[in-house]
Design a protein around this ligand. Structure first.
Ligand code: NAD
Ligand code: ZN
Length: 242
């Protein structure tokens, strides 16, 4: 079983999606905030936005959809979770679940990095390639590397940046599965959108969970129209009878 998640999984937690009705891009322009060029031009502005998002996410809690997926990590052998989300709520749900019902960190493949990780803007020799930093809010913006004193940047993949090839490899391997469920993603952003095709070509049974129609809806074996936080717990209940 492999599940691909997008921003919709965290919508019920209060984390805004990008493209939906209340989406972040309704009020902000991606090219001014989420590109290396934007950071080079105005690191303070970019960090103010990320600091605001980190504060918002810190105040959110994982929801029933995250909890079911955390539980499935133990229920299905070789379960893999590919996520486009950077909010860390899957991991938080796993940490809060009982130890015997938890998703191992090896089972989570983060395509777009994490908002809770940072790295040196110009890689320095003293710091690790990236590290966890849960400071909320930052006392000084833009924050700096404690070793070289130069700027640090959020550990997320920005528009115009490539994905980590190792992460793409692991996700591609995971897409070769028996059952592939895509949840809460508009299925527009490649290569994430392509994992569904890989799963289908490999003979997987494909499912989409989303309250809206997406480009994937017509192509899956089963489209479940509704919010992740109600559909996933219902699926979990039905599986309990098997
Ligand atoms: P998106 O905003 O493009 O699409 C969200 C999808 O979720 C839509 O199809 C919408 O219909 C659906 N949705 C809304 N509420 C839902 C619910 N309750 N249950 C299930 N589905 C629901 O997001 P995306 O496809 O993930 O791609 C956008 C990119 O934005 C990703 O690359 C991701 O890195 C980034 N992002 C991450 C977060 C986060 O970490 N939580 C939030 C916003 C954006
Ligand atoms: Zn440094």
């Amino acid at each position: 079983m492999t599940v691909l998640t997008g921003a919709g999984v965290s919508a019920a937690s209060g984390v805004p999606t990008f493209r939906g009705a209340d989406g972040l891009w309704k009020n902000f322009r991606p090219e001014t905030l989420a590109t290396p060029q934007a950071f080079a031009r105005d690191p303070r502005l970019v960090w103010e936005w990320y600091d605001w998002r980190r504060q918002k996410i810190a105040a959110c809690e994982s929801n029933a959809a995250h909890h079911v997926l955390a539980k499935w990590g133990a229920r299905f052998p070789n379960f893999k979770l590919i996520t486009q989300n950077v909010d860390g709520l899957h991991e938080r749900a796993a940490a809060s679940a009982k130890a015997n019902a938890s998703l191992s960190s090896a089972a989570v493949i983060r395509l777009h990095g994490s908002i809770w990780e940072v790295l040196c803007w110009r890689p320095c020799a003293m710091s690790p390639p990236r590290w966890r930093d849960e400071t909320v809010p930052y006392r000084e913006i833009p924050p700096r590397c404690m070793h070289c004193g130069d700027l640090i940047r959020p550990g997320v993949v920005w528009f115009g940046e490539g994905l980590d090839p190792d992460v793409v490899y692991r996700a591609t391997q995971a897409a070769d599965c028996d059952v592939f469920i895509t949840v809460g993603t508009s299925a527009l952003v490649y290569p994430a959108a392509g994992f569904l095709d890989i799963a289908r070509r490999g003979g997987a049974f494909t499912v989409e969970i989303n309250p809206d129609l997406t480009p994937a809806t017509a192509t899956v074996d089963l489209a479940l129209r509704g919010p992740a936080e109600t559909i996933l717990p219902e699926l979990d209940r039905q599986l309990a009878h098997l």
